[in-house]
Design a protein. Sequence first.
Length: 239
Amino acid sequence: MNHDHRPGDVLSLECPFTETVVTGADRFHVSVRCPWLTVDPQAEGFGWNGARALPTPESREWDMFRTHPPVTELRPGDTCRIGIPATVMHVQAVHHFDPPLVTGMLPRPASYVEVLPQGESHDPRLPEQGHTISPGRGEPIRIELLFRPYAFLEPGDEVADGDGRAWRFDAAWCWHAFDGGQPSAPAWPLALLSRRGDPSAVDAAAVAGATADGGHADELRRWTELTHARPDTTGGDPA
């Protein structure tokens, strides 16, 4: 499984359903014992009890994890299964931690990937949105890359477009035109000018070949068809 995700990636996520037990329930949440993560005995000040809270319909919250039977049918002491049905998501931001982050749970995460479900666009007015996963951690989440817009470019690449304008590629929908003009996306074909310095002939040829046909609108159309969302032109957080 490739953990090298970046903002704009469209992913298919799935987690096998695993048996567990319900530890608590109220109007807004049902808690189940997390079958994959354990309490970190060296983490102070967290107090995680080994349970995972899942929202009920009344909470108006969203969680990619589901239970069989559904949470509305569960009571404390019941046995159920928890997992993720095959779900299409897109990456909003990626965060890396070195050393791994202390959360009160083991294994400690080395990265977080913020993802939004199909049909949901990034809204900067919302303090919390979507869901966070930690690839390679304890949950056996299967991740498949469905589409990476501008996969032939790397963040920070500088290119010249078909109209002779120079650009810096920051993220899938976040381009910086050095002349400050319009339109806000480059015209294909693209010529690679810089990639951590002078680009190799192989990299330059790959960019030229990938952009010989099509254009920015084609990348956007394919992404939109998969995500059913509007692109985030802020570029997410590549940290």
